[in-house]
Design a binder for this molecule. Structure first.
Ligand code: F6P
Length: 366
């Protein structure tokens, strides 16, 4: 039996899904306080939807239980990016095999949940959208360090990831210079170059390679040779994990190639080897990896996450089910979840940030 969006809300649930992003706990705190202060009960679902599928039980989130968490990284509810409930079947002892999504809908009904606040990136929001089509009243909150969700100017977690990456890139300058080396650094972001572009520009890197601009190794090598000739035989090259050589293809981590879902990884090593061969300069590569997702959210992310959480509860109160909170500076607004997940938000190659990179003489590999 499908849900009927409630007139009067008594109880909402919240979950966090997909890769974690700094600011998740701030969202949980804001949702909990805003809802409890309206007299609604808040239930926290653990590890994605696992509490509804036989995992750790749900927790009731009181104002006390979310005290002192806004500045903490990770998520007190846990998260997972495994097991899409629309592709997973579960058999409880003595019961027939069921689609996990059906069980989730039934469990939410059994718990008398009037609405679900789903905090996630495109994967988790696609699942939330599917549940909505099965009748669950859903509000989405955009989360991803990649900043690649459409419909919102920013996602929380992005600012922290960029700050961490910038700090690390800053540190590489001295060692690169001391050894006259080229350091090639791989940053996260999946198929979008937001993190690499913003961190690379902020930390005065010499080459920035992003998925939106296919790179030409000849151009990269020529830029580095010219730099060396000009008296600077060292350089920092930032490469987004989803960057692609013109006419080439994405680089996936070898060990993970057999995995069901291919994961990006290894492009820095590839670029570093090519640079060393083409320029003769000593080159090293490193992958910053999950450090970009770790630690406390920056003040900006904390604020954004708190505002997202409070706005999500406001949307629920207004009955705007099926919408995702969206940041359209300077205000909070909303977009249909369907719209937010339809296309990936990529870096515009005509944006002023890209123009700035070019005007500062940084090589984009084209
Ligand atoms: O989407 C966030 C993100 O950190 C990407 O930038 C990265 O490609 C991916 O998640 C890594 O995922 P996992 O947690 O599976 O290693």
């Amino acid at each position: 039996m499908p849900f009927v969006a409630p007139r009067k809300i008594r109880r909402i649930a919240i979950n966090t899904g997909g890769g974690d992003a700094p600011g998740l706990n701030a969202v949980i705190r804001a949702v909990t306080l805003s809802a409890n202060n309206r007299g609604w009960e808040v239930i926290g679902i653990k590890r994605g939807y696992s509490s509804l599928l036989g995992g750790d039980p749900c927790v009731v989130l009181s104002n006390t239980s979310v005290r002192g968490i806004a500045h903490l990284g990770g998520t007190i509810l846990g998260t997972t990016n495994k097991g899409n409930p629309f592709e997973t079947y579960i058999t409880f002892p003595g019961r027939r095999r069921r689609l996990a999504a059906e069980i989730i809908v039934e469990e939410l009904q059994r718990l008398q949940v009037d609405g679900l606040i789903a905090v996630g990136g495109d994967g988790s929001l696609s699942i939330a959208h599917g549940l909505m089509q099965m009748g669950v009243p859903v509000i989405g909150v955009p989360k991803t360090i990649d900043n690649d969700l459409s419909g919102t100017d920013r996602t929380f977690g992005f600012d922290t990831a960029v700050s961490t990456a910038t700090e690390c890139l800053d540190k590489l300058h001295s060692t690169a210079q001391a050894h006259d080396r080229v350091m090639v650094v791989e940053l996260m972001g999946r198929y979008a170059g937001w993190i690499a572009l913003h961190a690379g520009l902020s930390s005065s890197c010499d080459v920035i390679l992003i998925p939106e601009i296919p790179y030409d190794m000849k151009k990269v090598a020529a830029h580095l040779r010219k730099r060396k000739k000009g008296g600077r035989p060292y350089a920092i090259v930032v490469v987004a994990e989803g960057a692609v050589e013109a006419g080439g293809s994405l680089v996936f981590a070898e060990a993970k190639q057999q995995a069901r879902e291919q994961r990006l990884g290894g492009v820095a090593e590839y670029v570093a080897e090519r640079i060393q061969k083409m320029t003769g300069q000593e080159t090293r590569s490193l992958v910053l990896g999950h450090l970009q997702r770790g630690g406390s959210p920056t003040t900006n992310d904390r604020l954004l996450a708190l505002r997202f959480g409070a706005a999500a509860v406001r949307l629920a109160e207004e009955g705007k089910w099926g919408h995702m909170v969206a940041y359209k500076p300077p205000t909070m607004s909303s977009v249909p979840i369907e719209e937010a997940i339809r296309t990936r938000k990529l870096v515009s190659v005509t944006s002023d940030t890209i123009m700035t990179v070019r005007e500062l003489g940084v090589c984009l590999g084209d």
